[in-house]
Design a protein around this ligand. Structure first.
Ligand code: GNR
Ligand code: NI
Length: 178
């Protein structure tokens, strides 16, 4: 198992469109395990492969309070959405920023599991919101795209400043990732 580096806004690689997965092999299973480890360590309730610079249609999620509900969505599709509402969102790729986004609070989805088996499920509340947030990542979209340009620019400048300060503090060569 391994912790993966999470890309941060405004990294242009986060804008890449993910392609469908066609091979359900050991390498895919290892990537899924590494994404769960990375998500749990962060900690987060979801992680899209796009965030770890793998541009394939793969999402891991666990929205349970005790981290006992690992879910894998490969090549996901939303079949139906219902009950639009507002929820406060955050994103591991936009650290420290939280704001309200309007989305369906109930979705019916179809996807494949790590073995390639088709399944359908009904999600509501945070699970429905999280799946839509993750599917946006696969399309190269971030929750800050729903905010005003003014807010997005302010967030971009703050994260660029945070990143500069972080890099200045770490001795050359010691950083795991730049
Ligand atoms: O950890 C996360 N929390 C969260 C809270 C509200 C709505 C969406 C999310 S997803 C986020 C992890 C993440 O960035 N996934 O892409
Ligand atoms: Ni996110």
């Amino acid at each position: 198992m391994a912790l993966l580096e999470i890309l941060e806004f405004p990294d242009p690689r986060l804008r890449t469109r993910a392609v469908p997965i066609t091979e359900y092999d050991d390498a895919l299973s290892r990537l899924i395990d590494d994404m769960f480890e990375t998500m749990y360590a962060a900690p987060g309730i979801g992680l899209a492969a796009s965030q770890v610079d793998v541009h394939r249609q793969l999402i891991v999620m666990d929205c349970s309070a005790d981290r006992s509900e690992p879910l894998v969505f490969i090549n996901p599709e939303i079949l139906a959405r219902d009950e639009v509402g507002v929820m406060e969102e955050g994103c591991l790729s936009v650290p420290g920023i939280f704001d309200e986004v309007e989305r369906a609070q109930r979705v019916r989805a179809r996807a494949r599991d790590r073995k390639g088996k088709d399944f359908e499920c009904e999600l509501d509340g945070i699970r429905a919101v999280c799946l839509q947030h993750e599917m946006d990542h696969l399309d190269g979209k971030l929750f800050v795209d729903y905010l005003s340009m003014l807010k997005r620019d302010r967030i971009r400048r703050k994260l660029e400043k945070d990143r500069r300060e972080r890099l200045a503090k770490v001795p050359a060569g010691a950083a795991a990732s730049r």
